[in-house]
Design a protein around this ligand. Structure first.
Ligand SMILES: NC(=O)c1ccc[n+]([C@@H]2O[C@H](COP(=O)([O-])OP(=O)(O)OC[C@H]3O[C@@H](n4cnc5c(N)ncnc54)[C@H](OP(=O)(O)O)[C@@H]3O)[C@@H](O)[C@H]2O)c1
Length: 315
């Protein structure tokens, strides 16, 4: 891979896309291609093909998606399904048509069965039923992986599928309803503090355990996936599509997470868990030994990363 290669980052304004964009810039990659959603709706396959018809793309990172927390997912299963299916179909069809040299497909740990043995290995895919609250999102992402599999194995298109654990970072959506667990919790606790409330209500029992990765650590896993030699992967994966979990091994309960966030925000009120809301999967930490063996490991300590995210909201 050369610093002059053309790299298209789909979803460059999002949490993951913005981290990989700044990492690639810092590493000296010169030809980074980005386009806003306003200019090009990636769900529209024909428009995508037309827009890129005469543009060079050597590598593509698929960080555009409809993503969100348990609330957003469970209330909008149809939208999560359709948006993700359409975006990934447009991008993967374009990759095939333009013979893009390598595509990085981003999945999620939600693709694994609800009762997978933990830490979850890549081989658990399609071995059991999914968690109900985000099954349409998960099914769309699984469809994408299977599409990647046939493109890789039957059409000789180079793709790497990364399955990140829960991502957090400075450029997240800090929305109490649409956000993922960390930004939604930060927003709710910030609001409670601002209003001088004596308590804050959070969803679920607080008992589930979650693993988190900072978006900059995920960006470094994407960079490794772009740069690694195809021959190494072909040997390791026996010429099959590489699917790699990307996790950090840290596991923290939602209750402990809420206490940490309250402490960092300096909210002294009570935290109440509303057990009427679903918890999602109890534990879903990933076995990331495959990507670790390829030379990637996370660098950002969770407590430091979380503090930095909260500090970035104050400054
Ligand atoms: N965040 C997590 O916890 C997590 C965990 C595991 C896997 N992932 C995966 O990682 C990838 C990136 O997620 P993220 O958290 O970075 O999501 P995000 O912050 O919501 O960013 C998504 C990006 O996609 C763009 N986008 C969405 N629909 C589009 C459309 N129709 N046309 C053009 N652009 C569109 C958004 O554009 P706008 O800026 O205009 O909205 C945004 O830039 C996704 O595949 C997600 O499934 C995320």
């Amino acid at each position: 891979m050369k610093k002059s290669d053309y790299i298209f980052i789909a979803g460059h304004k999002g949490l993951v896309g913005s981290s990989i964009l700044s990492l690639l810039k810092n590493k000296g990659y010169k030809n980074l291609i980005v386009v806003t959603r306003k200019k090009l709706d990636l769900r529209d396959s024909n428009k995508v093909l037309k827009y890129f018809k005469n543009k060079r793309i050597d590598y593509m990172i698929m960080a555009a998606a409809k993503a969100g927390g348990i609330m957003a997912n469970s209330l909008n299963q149809k939208d999560f399904f359709l948006n993700n299916i359409q975006i990934q179909n447009s991008l993967l069809q374009m990759a095939l048509k333009k013979k893009i040299r390598r595509t990085i497909y981003l999945g999620t740990s939600c693709i694994y069965p609800k009762f997978s043995k933990t830490p979850i290995k890549e081989e658990s895919l399609l071995t059991g039923s999914l968690e109900k609250t985000n099954q349409c999102y998960a099914i769309a992402k699984i469809a994408g992986i299977k599409f990647c599999e046939t493109l890789y194995e039957d059409h000789n298109l180079d793709i790497i599928c990364l399955m990140p654990t829960n991502v957090y970072g400075e450029n997240d959506k800090f929305d109490a309803i649409d956000g993922h667990v960390i930004p939604a919790m930060i927003k709710k606790i910030e609001n409670a503090k601002k209003k001088g409330n004596k308590f804050v209500k959070l969803l679920g029992s607080g008992k589930p355990l979650r693993e988190f990765i900072h978006s900059d650590d995920l960006a470094s896993a994407i960079l490794l996936s772009l740069e690694i030699k195809k021959k190494i992967l072909e040997k390791k994966f026996n010429n099959k599509l590489p699917i790699l979990n990307v996790g950090t091994k840290n596991n923290i309960s939602i209750k402990k997470l809420s206490n940490l966030i309250a402490r960092y925000i300096n909210f002294r009120g009570k935290i109440i868990f509303d057990k009427n809301f679903p918890d999602g999967t109890y534990k879903k930490n990933l076995d990331s030994s495959k990507i670790n063996k390829l030379g990637w490991s996370p660098k950002i300590n969770f407590y430091e990363g979380l503090k930095k995210v909260i500090r970035s909201r104050i400054n």
